[in-house]
Design a protein around this ligand. Structure first.
Ligand code: KG4
Ligand code: ZN
Length: 337
C-alpha cells in the first residue's frame, strides 16, 4: 500500500510517498528556515502564506520522485494537529481536495505520534517501549503500547525543551534555528563554565516531569550568578553549559522511568532528538537500548506522516471531510492522544 503523506504544521512544507509504512519512496522537505531567519523564529502568518505557495509543487515533486503515478497512490495521510493553525489548514485542505478528486481514503494524523513513528521507518522496533518526544512545542516521556496508544508519564510543566534552546539562542544571537546552533557551538565549549540550577520536581505526580522556564531565565537573566570564574564567558561555554543542563534534566527523568517501569528500550523522536549530546548520553547508558531516527527524520517531514498513516488506514481508520485542524491537543497530560 502506497500512502502519500503531507506535513505543514510549522515551517516545513513536506510531502512523501511511503510503501507499507516502511519503505520511503520519496520525502521532499521544503524548509522555510531562510525566510524566518531574520525574525529568529517562525512567523505564523508568513509560514501559512508560504505553505499556500509551495504545497502543490512539493506534493507534485514527491509523487514524481517516488517513481509512481498519481493513480497508484492508495491513500493520503496529513497532519491535522498540533501546530500553527494557519499552516495546518493549508496541508489539511490540500489533502482533502486531493483525496476527493482522486477518490482516495484520507486520514488525519497527530504530529506527535508521527514523530514517535519516525524511527520505525528505519528500524524494526517492538512494543512496549519508553517514548521520548522532544520538539519545539512538546516534551513528553510516555509508555508506548502501539503506534497510537501511549500513556504520558511526564511532560514539561512550562516551556518545551526545544523552545528553551530557541529562546536562549535568540537572546545571545547564537544562530537560527536555535537548537542546531547551540548543538554546534556546544561542541567547542566547556559545560562546566556555568552551573545552572535544575528544578526539583521529584515528588509524587511530578516524578517524570521537567521544567525549562527556570533554566531559560537563569541563562538569560542571571548568567553571572552561575558563572564558574575559572572559565571564560564565551558563547561556546554558554551553549555547552545550557545544553548539558537541559539534556541531563530529561535524560535523568527518562532513566528514572526506565528503572521504575523495567522498560529499558527508549525510542526518541522530534527535533531535539537530533541533539548530539542527547544521542551520546543515552547511547552510552549501560542496560539501555536507545533508538533515534536519522537526522533527516528527527525534524518535521512527511515520511513519518505517511508511515503512521499506513497503519491507521490498514486498521480501517479514515477521517471525514469535516475533520478540523487543531492547534493544540487537549488533555494530553494523562493519556495521549
Ligand atoms: O520537531 P520539530 O522540527 O518541530 C516541532 O514539531 O516543534 O522540532 C523543532 C525543534 C526546535 O526547537 C529546534 O531548535 C530543535 O527542534 N532542534 C534541536 C536540534 N535540532 C533541532 N534542539 C537541540 N539540538 C539539535 N541538534
Ligand atoms: Zn515536529
Amino acid at each position: 500500500m502506497k500512502v502519500l503523506g503531507i506535513e505543514s504544521s510549522c515551517d516545513e512544507c513536506s510531502a512523501a510517498v511511503v510503501e507499507d509504512g516502511k519503505k520511503i519512496l520519496s520525502n521532499v522537505i521544503a524548509s522555510q528556515i531562510e525566510i524566518h531567519k531574520p525574525y529568529y523564529g517562525v512567523v505564523p502568518e508568513i509560514a501559512s502564506r508560504k505553505h499556500t505557495e509551495w504545497i502543490a509543487p512539493v506534493v507534485k515533486e514527491a509523487i514524481a520522485q517516488s517513481g509512481i503515478k498519481k493513480n497508484e497512490i492508495d491513500g493520503i495521510a496529513v497532519t491535522y494537529r498540533p501546530g500553527l493553525i494557519g499552516s495546518l489548514l493549508v496541508g489539511l485542505s490540500f489533502a482533502k481536495g486531493l483525496a476527493l478528486s482522486l477518490s482516495l481514503p484520507f486520514v488525519g494524523v497527530d504530529h506527535m505520534l508521527a514523530h514517535l513513528y519516525a524511527p520505525h521507518l528505519e528500524h524494526d522496533i517492538t512494543y512496549p517501549y519508553l517514548g521520548l518526544i522532544i520538539s519545539g512545542g512538546h516534551t513528553i516521556i510516555a509508555k508506548v503500547e502501539d503506534f497510537q496508544t501511549f500513556t504520558v508519564l511526564g511532560t514539561t510543566i512550562d516551556d518545551a525543551c526545544g523552545e528553551a534552546f530557541d529562546k536562549v539562542a535568540k537572546y545571545y544571537d547564537l544562530g537560527y534555528p536555535g537548537g542546531v546552533a547551540i548543538d554546534r557551538l556546544a561542541a567547542k565549549g566547556n559545560p562546566e563554565a556555568f552551573r545552572f540550577p535544575k528544578p526539583k520536581l521529584h515528588k509524587g505526580d511530578h516524578s517524570y516531569d521537567v521544567s525549562y522556564s527556570g533554566l531559560k531565565t537563569a541563562v538569560v537573566n542571571q548568567l553571572d550568578l552561575f558563572h564558574n570564574k575559572k572559565f571564560e564567558k564565551t558563547r561556546e561555554n554558554i551553549a555547552a553549559s545550557f545544553q548539558k543542563t537541559a539534556i541531563d534534566m530529561i535524560v535523568q527523568r527518562v532513566l528514572k522511568a526506565a528503572k521504575d517501569t523495567g522498560i529499558t528500550k527508549i525510542v526518541a523522536g522530534g527535533g531535539v532528538s537530533a541533539n548530539s549530546y542527547l544521542r551520546k548520553r543515552l547511547g552510552d547508558e549501560p542496560d539501555i537500548t536507545a533508538i533515534f531516527p536519522s537526522l533527516k527524520l528527527c525534524t518535521d517531514n512527511a515520511a513519518m506522516i505517511a508511515g503512521i498513516g499506513f497503519h491507521l488506514l490498514v486498521s480501517g481508520q479514515t477521517s471525514s471531510y469535516n475533520l478540523a485542524a487543531a492547534a493544540r491537543v487537549p488533555l494530553f497530560r494523562k493519556t495521549y492522544p
